[in-house]
Design a protein. Structure first.
Length: 584
């Protein structure tokens, strides 16, 4: 794969900062941090983590970074550790704080880019835990295009109560059950106290674990590394392997854009489909693709979803959690099942320096288990997600269908401008079977920030309405959401999308089999309502939320905040052509 490349300059970036008489002040700063003359002849490797005390997902990452740094040093590099932010989706859920969540993805990517660019490090290891940290770090890698490797900090072990496995979603649904009088306050307290037994990201196939699977499928993580729980005794060995691997990538000059190709993104979509992964992947994959100049539309994603069987029986639609997948061999088992079925591009390069097929050559799908199925006897013949279109979603919308029996719905709309109003109505038990709950002005611009709605969807399930109502929003859902919940409706309400024209009582039609989302109104009626519609204000006229609202693109394009590589290259090409015309 790299045979035609010239011998790598291991210090291709850092020599511009370190070498020469005029860099004496720069070396002085490094000497203050303990570097020596010998170190100045070695490559500088950024080790970026999202370590913090704001979420259990990231609490172990500092210790993991220490092991990675030791391995980098022993392999001939000089590691430079730095951290970036993380916002806990779980702790931000259900209130104003959730507006910060998706925005944090951009801040993570931007901040890592700035540190790497400002100090001209030669390579990057990124270690993330909570939902937005994974795509944020991989977006930065694609943007920087220096030798890079991603490591997932690990999943949480499942909680236990009365012999039953628990995840954080059980706590959210217990809140709904309590408000409906179905459980006592003591029972709610017991679930709360037992759901999260220690460090690590949420255990089901929610957003963090979905994007961890993506990291392996797209080739940016070492095979099997995403399955290890955060507190597993062998995790230190995985950390060590990452430190060694980044030095091999640097020596071979293998870069993210060598790995994150169009075919690699198709592999990533396959694993989201096969695992019933989070709808948030429909935001993160286009955003990552934009960074490396790979065109990727919702129509592309939907085509692959329709062609890919659901193979993994994972929560929230199924029975098992990430630790159960790890016990039978981890993510490589799913990739092997896809490869055997002719559904994986085996010739894609990975951070091992080998192809996917080479990495998977010795992987065996265990027979005495029901976590991962063979493609010839899948859980479902199509993937766990579906893209919907119609007069309510001209740009598309997304729904998770894994484990969902209620896939068609026709019912009256109950329209709410914002999540709080909808949640209050659910608490008052004003939502009844057959309703279509509409939550709008929660899109990327209108929120701003495109909040997740797990508190709302879990409350509906807690009231036994999860299989008898539909919910549509221009916001988004947690990877833990289940039920007929359609998010990312575009165009969003705040830019005049059809969802902003709905009124309580309108008849909404959802068909998650055929991919339809529509309202039973004529084009003339929608046009008349549009003529009367006025854009509301967000209430944010300063700070990062205001800035995000000015910059962010639609959910269909990944809610990105800057032109991607393809647009940059197209602009350069246009400039070159204009220059040639002027010369001629």
């Amino acid at each position: 794969m790299t045979a035609n490349k010239k011998p790598a300059d291991l210090r291709h970036k850092s020599r511009h900062v370190i070498d020469g008489v005029n860099r004496a002040p720069h070396r002085a700063f490094y000497r203050a941090m303990g570097l020596t003359d010998a170190d100045f002849q070695k490559p500088l490797v950024g080790v970026a983590t999202t370590w913090s005390e704001v979420t259990p997902c990231n609490i172990t990452l500092k210790d993991q970074a220490a092991i990675i740094k030791t391995a980098v040093t022993e392999a001939g590099g000089v590691p430079r550790e730095f951290t970036t932010i993380s916002v806990s989706d779980g702790i931000a859920m259900g209130h104003e704080g959730m507006k910060a969540s998706l925005i944090s993805r951009e801040v993570i990517a931007d901040s890592v880019e700035l540190v790497m660019h400002g100090h001209q490090y030669d390579a990057l290891v990124g270690v993330g835990g909570c939902d937005k940290t994974l795509p944020g770090l991989m977006m930065a890698m694609g943007r920087l295009n220096v030798p890079s490797l991603f490591l997932y900090g690990g999943t949480i072990m499942p909680g236990q109560l009365q012999g039953k496995d628990l995840t954080i979603v059980d706590v959210y649904e217990a809140v709904g059950a309590f408000t409906a009088g179905k459980i006592t306050d003591h029972e709610l307290y017991e679930i709360e106290c037992n759901a999260c037994p220690g460090a690590g990201a949420c255990g089901g196939q929610f957003t963090a674990n979905t994007m961890a699977c993506v990291a392996e499928a797209i080739g940016m993580a070492l095979p099997g590394s995403s399955g290890y729980p955060a507190l597993h005794p062998d995790r230190a060995e995985v950390d060590r392997q990452c430190g060694e691997a980044i030095m091999r990538l640097l020596a071979a000059d293998i870069r993210p854009r060598d790995i994150m190709t169009r075919k690699a993104f198709e592999n990533a979509i396959r694993i989201v489909a096969a695992t019933g992964g989070s709808t948030n992947a429909c935001l993160h994959l286009p955003a990552m693709a934009s960074e490396v100049g790979v065109p990727l539309s919702l129509a592309d994603i939907d085509r692959i979803f329709n062609e890919t069987p659901t193979l993994a029986d994972l929560k929230p639609g199924g029975k098992y959690v990430m630790n159960d997948l790890f016990r039978i061999g981890g993510v490589p088992v799913i990739l092997k099942a896809l490869l055997d079925a002719g559904l994986l591009h085996g010739d894609c390069l990975t951070v091992t320096g080998k192809t996917q097929a080479e990495n998977l050559a010795d992987v065996i799908i265990p027979e005495a288990q029901d976590v991962v199925y063979h493609a010839n006897c899948p859980l479902s013949t199509t993937g766990g997600l579906k893209i919907l279109y119609g007069n309510l979603a001209p740009e598309g919308a997304v729904v998770k269908v894994a484990g969902l029996s209620h896939r068609q719905h026709r019912g009256p709309a109950k329209v709410f401008d914002g999540e709080e109003a909808a949640f209050a109505a659910i608490e008052r038990q004003e939502i009844v079977a057959g309703d279509t709950v509409v939550i709008r002005y929660e899109g990327p611009k209108g929120g701003p920030g495109m909040r997740e709605m797990l508190s709302v969807t879990a409350a509906l399930y807690g009231q036994d309405l999860g299989q008898s109502v539909a919910l549509i929003t221009d916001g988004r859902f947690s990877g833990g959401t289940r039920g007929l919940c359609i998010g990312h409706v575009g165009p969003e309400a705040s830019v005049g999308g059809p969802i902003g024209l709905l009124r309580t009582g309108d008849r909404i039609v959802v068909d998650a089999e055929q991919g339809l989302l529509s309202v039973e109104l004529s084009d003339a009626e929608l046009a008349a309502r549009r003529a009367q519609w006025q854009a509301p204000t967000t209430g944010y006229d300063r700070g990062v939320l205001w800035k995000y609202a000015q910059e962010v693109d639609s959910a269909a394009k990944g809610a990105i905040t800057h032109p991607g590589l393809a647009e940059q290259e197209a602009k350069a090409h246009r400039t070159e052509r204009e220059a040639s015309f002027s010369v001629s």
